[in-house]
Design a binder for this molecule. Structure first.
Ligand SMILES: [Zn+2]
Length: 439
């Protein structure tokens, strides 16, 4: 049995020089494969006047064009179902995930047997980093994550997975009460929803035996107030992890030090952080903020070159007492959710962070109201509803204090409307923070 603090210490604690060498070697091999097998990239490289053979290291990546999600969508509209960017024979595709787009037509992500093994390795490192250990049983709620099957593979490398259907809250509760489950993978907003479902059934959340909550899929788990609230409710540890179905199902995870999520996918993807406006590559130094861009290093079906993830991140650390060498990040928000209020970028998740910091008066449940279509809808004061607890005290003073802190921290003017707890809708999966009332 593995008693090490790492699933794969060789990869996770590799020196910076060794990681760079590994990534340079894998990048050259991956690019040669892409240039030989993907008509999407063949065309893209020709259009950009790129000789892929001249790319020798990850430092040369900046010469290559980015890949946008919209290009992958268009590629699949042209050639169904896999698009021009498939780089293996269709018969070699062993698993297909679909992600729902805003266009009403799903995009498909294919994996070969090799790709499945590689993603399983990255997810296993991440869950181990989060503290999952042999003997733990973890219910697998199949649907909210398109890549849930990859997670099952990883759970089964470490502990025991217990597949459960979607929207079967009672079955999920039973897995803990009668099936000995002790861990749960969910979005950051799910634990509060789950706690409410338990309380409605007169079950004390802390009595469930839940020890470890792996929270991924959306920012929010790292807000200290929200984390404390969830940990107290369940008497469990809450650890953050992240990845996505396009570039790698699970690639980032917090260790016990909880400074931010370590990069765990050494040799599998190469991450860059860029200025989202200029496209310039930024250094991976503490405090640097930018968009995460990922390049596949070991993928057969749909290798991606400089894929723009739309995740905006901050580098939290480059050294850690746990011994892992992968740099750390925290996700600030997604470009897709970004509101621009009089030229100032406002991430709804950041608004929630600020309001949640007034806990215990607030509980972190908010809704940003857009009464008119953009750009008018984003004009200050931005109308925001926020829930308060019964013990919140003087509501007028609280609303004023929140407005002042939003102005101070996020540089926009808000009009806060405070509501009693449970006034706003709860979401089983990702919380919807913005309501477009003009639609
Ligand atoms: Zn660490």
């Amino acid at each position: 049995m593995n008693h090490s603090p790492y699933w794969n210490g060789q990869a996770e604690c590799m020196s910076a020089a060794d990681t760079a060498r590994l990534h340079d070697d894998k990048l050259r091999t991956q690019l040669a494969y892409v240039a030989a097998h993907s008509s999407f990239y063949q065309r893209k490289f020709v259009a950009a006047g790129i000789d892929v053979g001249a790319i020798k290291s990850t430092a040369d990546l900046a010469a290559l064009p980015f890949t946008e999600k919209s290009e992958l969508r268009e590629s699949q509209l042209a050639v169904a179902p896999y698009g021009h960017h498939i780089a293996c024979a269709p018969a070699e595709v062993r698993r297909v995930y679909s992600t729902s787009g805003t266009t009403g037509r799903p995009t498909y992500i294919g994996l070969t047997r090799h790709d499945m093994k590689v993603w399983r390795e990255a997810a296993t490192r991440a869950f181990w980093t989060n503290g999952l250990r042999p003997g733990q049983r973890i219910p697998l709620v199949v649907s909210p994550f398109v890549v849930a099957a990859s997670y099952a593979d990883a759970f089964e490398q470490i502990g025991t997975s217990m597949p459960i259907g979607v929207n079967m809250t009672d079955r999920l509760i039973d897995a803990f009460r009668f099936g000995g489950a002790s861990a749960l993978l969910c979005t950051a907003s799910y634990p509060l929803h789950f706690a409410r479902a338990l309380q409605e059934r007169d079950i004390e959340p802390a009595s469930l035996g839940l020890k470890l909550i792996l929270a991924g899929g959306e920012p929010g788990a790292s807000i200290p107030e929200v984390r404390r609230q969830i940990e107290t409710l369940f008497n469990a540890r809450l650890m953050e992890c992240s990845g996505n179905g396009d570039y790698c199902a699970m690639a980032w995870a917090e260790c016990e030090e909880r400074q931010g999520m370590h990069f765990c996918a050494q040799g599998i993807i190469h991450p860059e952080i860029i200025d989202p406006d200029s496209g310039e590559v930024l250094p991976k130094e503490k405090g640097v903020r930018g968009e995460l861009v990922c390049t596949s290093l070991d993928r057969e079906c749909m290798p991606l070159v400089r894929f723009r993830t739309r995740d905006h991140v901050e580098v939290t650390h480059t050294e850690c007492a746990c011994g892992r060498t992968g740099f750390g990040i925290r996700i600030i928000g997604r470009t897709d959710d970004l509101l621009i209020v009089r030229g100032v970028n406002v991430y709804p998740a950041a608004v929630r962070d600020v309001i949640a910091s007034f806990a215990p008066a607030t509980n972190g449940v908010i809704e940003i109201q857009l009464h008119h279509a953009p750009p008018k809808g984003w004009e200050p004061p931005v109308h925001i509803k926020a829930e308060v607890r019964a013990e919140a005290g003087d509501l007028a003073a609280l609303a004023q204090a929140i407005e002042a802190r939003l102005r101070d921290k996020l540089i926009f003017r808000a009009n806060i409307e405070l509501l009693p707890e449970l006034s706003l809708p709860r979401y089983e999966y990702k919380a919807k923070l913005v309501r477009e009332l003009y639609r």
